[in-house]
Structure formats: C-alpha cells, structure tokens
Design a protein around this ligand. Structure first.
Ligand SMILES: Nc1ncnc2c1ncn2[C@@H]1O[C@H](COP(=O)(O)OP(=O)(O)OP(=O)(O)O)[C@@H](O)[C@H]1O
Ligand SMILES: [Mg+2]
Length: 388
C-alpha cells in the first residue's frame, strides 16, 4: 500500500468534501486497489484500466482502451466500477460525467449516419446532474469535455458479419474514430448565459474525453483457434494446471486467446485498422477460474448468494454457505464457459429456490438461543440439488 493510504482511507478522512489532492498524486496503484473491490480475477486488465484513468484525469495523454472478454467475465462490471471510483474519490468530482451506451444506438440505421450527439446527450445529462441546476454554458461545456464514454458491444459493429460486409459497422467505426481523434462537435442545448437560460450551441472538443469500448467478440475465439491449430501454423497450445474443488490437480491443454492474439486477428474479425489505432491498449479479460467464481459468489455485492442472504434477513434467518458447497457451485458455473459469472445465478438458484420457498420445513434450519434462525447451505445439499 502507498504511504498516502488507500483511496478508501482518504475518502473516509475527507468525508464528502471536495478533496484537495493534486490529481497526479492519486497514482495508478491506488486506482487499481479501488477497482479491485468490485472486479475480481481481472488484475491484468485492471492495471491497464487504472493507467488509462490516471492518464484521463491528468489530461496530458488520452487513455482510450478496448476491453475484450467472453460474456460474463466483467466488462460491464469494470465500466460500472470506474463510475463508482469517480463518485467515491472526491478529487474526481469534475470527471463524474460518465455514460455507458450500446454501440448500435450510435448509428441511425435508416440513414446510415453516425450520431455523435447521442453520446453527447447522455454525457450532458450526467454533467447536469453532477453540476446541480442550471449550469452556465462554460460549466456545461467543461464538464462534458471531461466525460468518460463507455461504448458496449462494439463487436456487434464489425465491418464484416458472418462473411458479409456490414455497412452499419463501418459507419460506426469511422464515426467513432473521428470522435476519438478529437473533433469539434456543434452541440445544441440550453444553458445560462448572462444570467439567463438560453438556447446555445456548444463547440464540444472531444479530444480530452476518455473512450472505453467493450465487446465479447464471440467469433474471434474460434477464428484465432482455427488459425492456431491449422497444420503448419507454427503455433502450439499451452498446458495449464487446474485444481479441482476436491484438491486434485489436473493438466489441461486449453486455448487461451491471450496467448495468441495479434492485431491482424482483429482486422480479420472486422475491426477497421484506423479505429483500432485510436486505442492506447487492447485489454483481454480472463475467463473466470473456479477460485474467482467462488469469490464472486461469496462476496460480490450483487452475487446470487449475497442477494439470497439479504432475502433471508427479512425472515430473521441467517444464511451461510459451507466452503466446499461454494466451491461445488463455482465448479459447475465454470463448466458454462459461455456465460461466465452469470452462470452462478442459475446454479445457485437451483440450490436455493426450495429453501427460499419454504425455509421453515427445511431440516437443516437451526434455532438460535435468541430465537432467530440459521440456515447453512452444505456441500451435501448442493450435491443433492444439482444431482452431483
Ligand atoms: N470479474 C468479475 N468480478 C466480479 N463480478 C463479476 C465479474 N465478472 C462478472 N461478474 C458478475 O457477473 C455478472 C455479469 O458480468 P458483466 O455484466 O460484467 O459481464 P460482461 O463481460 O459485460 O458480459 P457481456 O459480454 O455478456 O455483456 C455481473 O452481475 C457481475 O456482478
Ligand atoms: Mg456487458
């Protein structure tokens, strides 16, 4: 930990005040620590993200990044946690105008036009809610120009889809790359000028905005895999040691995209080279291991177990889970490689649904001395419910 202490300590010391540190004094390791609280098992990606945030708030170099990761591995979660960071660190107040928008909303598909004002409208709404009521034209412009723009599902906007040209994808990528390069967009709105609310046109300079794009790039995995396993490709799959819940270790030869991806693979996938060149870094998210899935199950704020525990609190029942039970659920979830941490929900649901329906008839319910109850999800219960 740094000498200055963690971000959380500083937030505590400074309360909800403005904070008075120089932005350059909040280093990437501190940003990283804060993001780690909500994003598990993606330390490699978070280091890039932390540096990008640092670059953005200090304003000298752009920190645009592209997040690539299978469904349910944490792309949207990373975006949400950057937003949380901006809110929890008082010094980041000027950067709170942040928006997460789906790529397909940025193109008018009838007219085949890129619509940058849709990003700006979303940024404006955030800027207004941060600034309070009736900002001046200058205040609004400044807050919007510092915005962080997250564009989700950019992979759906490839220039080629299923072997066919996808013109709408080209329109989006061309439009975005111009915006990321730093464009002046004439943006019409209303703001206070000379003490009076008026219609104004703001010249929004996008060069200091941060752009974070994300996508699952589904076909990319197969595409690169096929390139790698093709006879004569000169590449070789790597072996990884995997530990099971029962403590055994087995060696698996698994394809990991990170081991093989090259920029050309993204061009083949349908990303325009000039668009890719606008990113400082392309960041690959890991597939989640059993260990990470277990952590997410036990302690992430919106995990199905944590939610269920809150539900039982209403009934004055304390819900607990055995360590092995959590491992077994995580192990089942890991088999659903296509949905990542989302698989936890369905699997945990199968285990918990009957308990939630009628906990009072469950033989494992224990009465406590104070009259409250305690309910433990055991490994046996999990095996029984999941038919393991
Ligand atoms: N690395 C992670 N750390 C903590 N929670 C995670 C992580 N990855 C996923 N989750 C949990 O799983 C759920 C889905 O994750 P998220 O929305 O971030 O996936 P995604 O990568 O954006 O997937 P998609 O490509 O389908 O949009 C969230 O509820 C989140 O809480
Ligand atoms: Mg997502």
């Amino acid at each position: 930990m740094s000498e200055r202490g963690s971000v959380a300590d500083n937030v505590r010391q400074e309360g909800s005040g403005e904070g008075n540190r120089n932005l350059a004094a909040i280093g990437a390791p501190e940003i990283f620590q804060q993001l780690q609280k909500g994003v598990l098992g993606q330390d490699g990606a978070l280091r890039f993200v932390s540096v990008a945030v640092f670059k953005h708030v200090t304003g000298k170099v752009p920190g645009n990044i592209l997040l690539i990761g299978n469904s349910g591995t944490g792309k949207t979660t990373i975006m949400n946690n950057i937003q949380r960071l901006y809110y929890e660190v008082p010094e980041y107040r000027p950067f709170r105008a942040m928006t997460i928008i789906n790529a397909n909303l940025l193109v008018d598909s009838d007219r085949m036009e890129f619509r940058p004002e849709r990003v700006l409208t979303a940024a404006e709404q955030r800027a207004r809610s941060v600034l309070g009521k009736q900002p001046t034209a200058d205040e609004l412009k400044t807050a919007m120009e510092r915005a962080t723009i997250c564009i989700d599902e950019v992979d759906k906007m490839a220039s080629v889809v299923a072997g066919k040209p996808n013109p709408i994808g080209v329109v989006l990528q061309q439009g975005l790359l111009t915006l990321m390069e730093g464009e002046k967009v004439a943006y019409r709105t209303h703001a206070v000028v000379d003490g009076e609310e008026q219609a104004v046109t703001l010249d929004i300079d996008t060069s200091h905005m941060m752009f974070i794009c994300g996508g699952a790039f589904e076909g990319l995995y197969d595409q690169v895999y096929l390139r790698v396993v093709k006879p004569g490709s000169g590449e070789k799959l790597k072996s990884h040691a995997i530990q099971t819940a029962d403590g055994q270790v087995r060696i698996e030869t698994r394809f990991a995209l990170a081991d093989f991806i090259k920029p050309e693979d993204l061009f083949t996938y349908g990303m325009v080279p000039q668009f890719m060149a606008r990113f400082d870094n392309t960041v690959l998210l890991n597939d989640l291991t059993v260990e990470v899935l277990k952590e997410i199950l036990i302690r992430s704020v919106d995990s199905p177990f944590v939610r269920s525990r809150r539900y039982f609190e209403v009934l004055n029942i304390e819900l607990e889970i055995e360590d092995l039970a959590a491992s077994l659920i995580a192990e089942q979830a890991e088999k659903h490689t296509r949905t990542g941490a989302r698989a936890l929900r369905g699997i945990f649901g199968k285990v918990a649904n009957r308990l939630e329906f009628d906990p009072w008839r469950f033989e494992g319910l224990e009465e406590q001395p104070d009259g409250s109850h305690r309910l433990v999800i055991t490994a046996d219960l999990v095996r029984h419910r999941l038919g393991l």
